[in-house]
Write a protein that binds this ligand. Structure first.
Ligand code: ATP
Length: 348
């Protein structure tokens, strides 16, 4: 079934099931889907199913030993008329090629994925959008100010470290396992993660919400006096443990809308089919004391910071006047596409 049957005039959203992997932002996605009247499926790894049972967001739970086995469930998911909603865990569970080959209808543009997955392509995209990015240093000898060293594939910032000279870089990297890394200018300011949603049905960019991260150990180091920090020989790490809500100074909003729209526009030039990014995405930024945004990363899908707003954010309250999480907004888009007979516009 799946996409092949979606062209019927009488199509109705209750024929479809919203499915996702039980991790990351699944509670929000499935809850939002239920608010929109869909039935839902959680694919859970053995030992990680408890929240999905307890919060009752899934009408059906399919157990797997490992998320990567989801590809073996394709026939079953197609039969169930499932639509997969991707989130961060998908990209850890599958190789990119495997993922691109999945036949189960998928919300989002798969053509954009490689632009997000590769830090250099990401930079190209964000530069095309005219955004300000932290400088990248080609070699340690070029370091002339504070830098952050980021390891590839280090989801959640584990092991990242700071340096301000080549000597410090070499000393610190020696203490870590050999892995590929980038050396990026460290921007001193307030980190803000912006949660956007772009609808190809209305051609509108929506600013859904904001968060900042709660990372171990960097967010607790301030509780220790500077002298004790030195005595203890502490090193910072950026392992994500949770998210904290933020509202932004209102005068920053025009620039936030402008950046989001520029990213959407630039994305249409990336992969040849002109389709570009749609659905939820996030810009990870640092705002400097002179209120300039530096964008250090884009996530081309729902981010976990949106989990703060299962019943909506201060911004979605203004726009919708009813609880509207990003997960629910995704389900609403799918429902609207079904009503308008445009499911093919938003599914891959
Ligand atoms: P994810 O892929 O889950 O977004 P990651 O592993 O790529 O995470 P980042 O989000 O890039 O990690 O960074 C981890 C931490 O470092 C965050 O607290 C972020 O605010 C901070 N950070 C990253 N880049 C910079 C930068 N250039 N200047 C200042 N802080 C930065």
């Amino acid at each position: 079934m799946g996409l092949a049957k979606t062209g019927k005039k009488s199509d109705s959203h209750d024929r479809y099931r919203i499915a996702t992997l039980g991790s990351h932002s699944a509670l929000q996605i499935l809850y939002g889907a239920k608010q929109e009247g869909f039935s839902t499926i959680a694919i859970c790894e053995k030992g990680r199913e408890r929240p999905y049972q307890s919060y009752k967001v899934a009408d059906k739970i399919i157990m797997v030993d490992r998320f990567s086995e989801t590809k073996k469930l394709q026939q079953q998911l197609l039969k169930e008329n499932a639509i997969l909603i991707p989130h961060g865990t998908f990209f850890e569970a599958f190789e990119m090629e495997e993922f691109e080959k999945l036949k189960v209808p998928y919300f989002g543009n798969k053509g954009i994925l490689k632009w997000e997955a590769d830090r250099l392509l990401q930079r190209e995209w964000l530069k095309k959008a005219g955004l300000t990015l932290p400088k990248i240093y080609k070699k340690p000898e070029e370091i002339d100010g504070p830098v952050i060293i980021k390891f590839y594939g280090a989801r959640g910032g584990k092991g990242f470290f700071l340096a301000r000279s080549a000597e410090e870089f070499y000393r610190k990297i020696k203490q870590r396992e050999a892995r590929s890394y980038i050396i990026q200018e460290y921007i001193i300011g307030a980190p803000i993660y912006i949660h956007y949603f772009y609808s190809p049905l209305t051609n509108e960019l929506e600013v859904m919400s904001f968060d900042k991260r709660y990372e171990s150990n960097v967010d607790s180091i301030g509780r220790i006096a500077a002298k004790d920090q030195l005595d203890l020989g502490l090193e910072t790490s950026y392992n994500i443990t949770g998210n904290v809500p933020v509202v932004v100074r209102e005068s920053l909003l025009p620039e936030i809308f402008r950046m989001g729209e520029a990213v959407v526009k630039a994305s249409r030039t990336l992969n040849g089919n002109g389709k570009g990014i749609y659905g939820p995405f996030s810009l990870e930024t640092v705002i400097t004391p002179d209120l300039k945004f530096f964008v250090f990363e884009i996530s081309a899908r729902i981010v976990a910071g949106t989990n703060l707003y299962t019943e909506g954010s201060p911004y979605t309250a203004l726009k919708y006047g009813e609880p509207m999480s990003t997960g629910r907004r995704v389900a609403r888009e799918i429902k609207n596409a079904i009503k308008q007979n445009k499911l093919k516009t938003i599914l891959n």
